[in-house]
Design a protein around this ligand. Structure first.
Ligand SMILES: Nc1ncnc2c1ncn2[C@@H]1O[C@H](COP(=O)(O)OP(=O)(O)OP(=O)(O)O)[C@@H](O)[C@H]1O
Ligand SMILES: [Mg+2]
Length: 358
């Protein structure tokens, strides 16, 4: 039997290009624990996010490259991840939290919280540790959407946040007695956000998702400035009025130097469950064309579907309640693209500049 040459194996792997970073696996130092036993080559690929959507593609490329090396009869490729850490526009990071992402919109009711919850679950399903900070001062409803009925435990001045479907959650809803109207003044908001950042035991998280209140007023701007954010996604519905609001949202984040990771179009169309005819209730394609016009990535679209609304109301988001549903797959795809965008950003790519805003 021909002895497999380690040098040839490294040469073959240095021809495998990582699709996001457009460099080879060896240059990127992504290959570890290389072992050659007879004709069997085994190694581990170290990813920058456990939620990497490109594992199968990379495995296939490695196998193709190694099939050219004399003597290789078998391969065993494992994956592990060391999630990279974001930069937080000059602010101190939250201990243990690697990336903090806002989910925002210029306009209310477009499905931010629904998107935040389902993306959190999709990222977790891809292998990431995820939390949600419900920063919606007007209507914090993440605990309800995650089916959480217990408040955080308080130990001295530390909060131990509850979990719903494996997602750690701290919410504005826990900070006021139920039914109390939420009127937040500047210093109060400042105080609570400081507590969320300083006094909550978030634990080790790859991604902390911040559900923002709707709009681009003072409260939103303060939040964008107070929370150490590494990036934001914008949720929009496809029609023009929602889009012009989203553009304002994008401009606000750009003003505070938070990178825009992309646009998600929600409530894209409605397929009648009876006659299967598709109706574009809020128009069509607006999210994608806005992304193009503004020069930010388009992350994907989610249709209007009764099971999304029901899942949210019953504390059982569709992404966990019906994981093989088409819509859950769409959330997974968006989560994968988002994780890639974050890894690319963390690798030092310049934040995207939005055309038309300075
Ligand atoms: N794609 C969808 N299909 C069906 N219903 C949806 C969809 N997205 C969101 N909804 C429903 O629309 C309502 C508003 O959604 P959600 O609360 O997520 O919006 P929001 O942008 O967070 O609102 P707010 O601005 O008040 O925070 C909820 O009842 C939710 O279940
Ligand atoms: Mg909301």
């Amino acid at each position: 039997m021909t002895q497999v040459s380690e040098e040839k194996v490294w040469q073959a792997l240095s021809r495998v290009i990582e699709p996001d970073f457009k460099k080879d696996l060896v240059t990127l130092k992504m290959v570890e624990n290389l072992k050659i036993e007879g004709g069997k080559v085994s190694f581990t690929i170290v990813l920058t996010t456990p939620a990497c959507p490109l594992k199968d593609e990379m495995k296939k490329s490695c196998n193709e490259a190694l099939s050219q090396v004399e003597g290789v009869s078998e391969t065993e490729i494992a994956f592990t991840a060391r999630t990279t850490t974001g930069t937080f526009t000059g602010k101190a990071a939250i201990p243990g939290v690697r990336n903090v992402l806002a989910v925002s919109s210029g306009k209310g009711g477009v499905g931010k919280s629904t998107t935040a919850v389902n993306l959190a679950i999709a990222l977790k399903a891809l292998g990431a540790k995820v939390g949600i900070m419900d920063a919606d001062v007007y209507g914090p409803n993440i605990p309800m959407m995650l089916g959480i009925n217990t408040p955080p435990k308080q130990e001295g001045n530390r909060f131990i946040p509850p979990k719903g479907h494996g997602i750690t959650c701290m919410s504005m809803a826990f900070m006021v007695p139920p039914g109390t109207p939420l009127i937040w003044r500047g210093p109060m908001l400042h105080g609570v956000i400081q507590q969320f950042i300083r006094d909550v035991e978030w634990g080790e998280l790859d991604y902390l998702i911040v559900d923002m209140p709707p709009g681009t007023g003072d409260a939103q701007l303060s939040l964008a400035q107070l929370v150490p954010l590494s990036g934001t996604i914008i949720v929009t519905t496809p029609q023009e009025v929602a889009l012009s609001d989203s553009r304002r949202g994008l401009a606000m984040f750009q003003k505070v130097n938070v990178p825009i990771l992309g646009i998600v179009e929600n409530m894209s169309s409605f397929v009648c469950p009876h006659c299967h005819e598709e109706t574009a209730i809020f128009s069509r394609g607006g999210g994608e064309s806005a992304a193009k016009e503004l020069g930010v990535p388009f992350l994907g679209r989610i249709p209007i579907d009764l099971s999304i609304r029901e899942g949210g109301d019953h504390g059982m988001p569709i992404a966990i309640g019906q994981p093989s549903h088409e819509i859950s797959k769409a959330y997974q795809e968006i989560a994968g693209k988002l994780a890639s965008a974050i890894s690319i950003l963390n690798a030092g790519a310049k934040p995207i500049q939005i055309a038309g805003f300075s």
